[in-house]
Design a protein around this ligand. Structure first.
Ligand SMILES: [Ca+2]
Ligand SMILES: [Ca+2]
Ligand SMILES: [Ca+2]
Ligand SMILES: [Ca+2]
Length: 323
């Protein structure tokens, strides 16, 4: 090999080595840039998490627990928490079949089978339902008109009565409510012979705390919290005129609300169907086995029409599950 050829070969070798070095340098730079971008992104994620602006979500079960208060509901969209709200305590339908002494209770105002089926009460009893212990759930009870005795139970299960209370004159119709607004439902009766309510603020024997004459002759007593202030007050349904007469205090006087509602031969049933704390009207057609429920104490068509229950059952309303 001549000197020139050696030099040329060396130069060629140097050039190719130089090219290789450049390639290594470029690839190192690319790796460095990629690493920097990744680091910057990670730093960004960490800062988002620390600032709480990302999709950090605390366990709802821990955050929502608050004894004595209604638990919050957590609303998610694409696994992001977008809102919280207090759950509504809606009242739902039920019926009592006297011939089999059976409660059929449903946890939603919709057609479908009973969520709870409970045999309870003596024969020929009139069903009553209420929150006897003030824990937020409505539970079963029965009034024996022959013995003028209430049998109240704190669970929607078969079993013995938690309260046995003799109360009311012969021929009385049981009605129950939270007359003093303290959160517990207590007993009462309506005597159709003198159109008088006898209400008691504890589930014990004793004299009436409130005695009030109210309603037209031949009316069926109904009671509810018509103004949503926490106290249950008087009402009457005249089945011949298909008219509700509702009053916002447990005193004698004229009706605060007069509402014509329901088909002939329907039975009144009232409840807080939309969970806004006011009790509103409804009727049950025992032949067509259909509830017609309305969300305001005004005339108009039913907001909810629900076929439910065996033939000729008695309508009920309550918050059976406390949700
Ligand atoms: Ca209860
Ligand atoms: Ca009470
Ligand atoms: Ca009230
Ligand atoms: Ca309501």
């Amino acid at each position: 090999m001549s000197k020139r050829n050696v030099a040329s070969a060396w130069k060629h070798d140097w050039r190719s080595r130089g090219r290789r070095r450049s390639l290594i340098a470029i690839s190192l730079a690319i790796s460095l840039i990629t690493a920097c971008v990744a680091a910057a992104q990670w730093a960004g994620i960490v800062s988002i998490l620390q600032n709480g602006t990302g999709t950090k979500v605390k366990p709802a079960a821990v955050e929502s627990f608050s004894p004595g208060a209604p638990s919050k509901e957590y609303i998610y969209a694409a696994s992001r928490l977008i809102a919280t709200e207090e759950p509504s305590r809606t009242v739902t339908i039920g019926v009592y079949e006297t011939s089999t002494r059976t409660f059929y209770l449903r946890n939603s105002n919709s057609e479908g089978p009973a969520d709870l089926q409970i045999q309870y009460g003596p024969s020929a009893a009139i069903p009553v339902v209420g929150d006897w212990d003030g824990n937020g759930t409505t539970t079963i009870g029965a009034y024996d008109p022959a013995a003028q005795t209430f049998y109240l139970r704190n669970a929607n299960t078969p079993g013995n009565a938690d309260f046995v209370i003799q109360y009311g004159p012969a021929g009385a119709i049981p009605i129950v409510g939270d007359w003093d607004g303290n959160g517990t439902t207590t007993i009462g009766v309506y005597d159709p012979s003198n159109r008088t309510f006898y209400l008691r603020n504890s589930n014990t024997m004793g004299v009436a705390d409130i005695t009030t004459q109210y309603g037209p002759a031949g009316a069926t007593p109904v009671v509810g919290d018509w103004d949503g202030n926490g106290t249950t007050t008087l009402g009457a349904y005249d089945p011949t005129a298909q008219t509700f007469y509702l009053r916002n205090s447990n005193t004698a006087g004229s009706a605060d609300l007069t509402i014509q509602y329901g088909p002939a031969a329907a039975l009144p049933v009232v409840g807080d169907w939309d969970g806004n704390r006011t009790t509103t009207i409804g009727v049950y057609d025992p032949v067509g086995r259909t509830f017609y429920l309305r969300n305001s104490n005004t005339q108009g068509p039913a907001d909810l029409t629900i076929q439910y229950g065996p033939a000729r059952a008695l309508p009920l309303a309550g918050d059976w599950d406390g949700f």
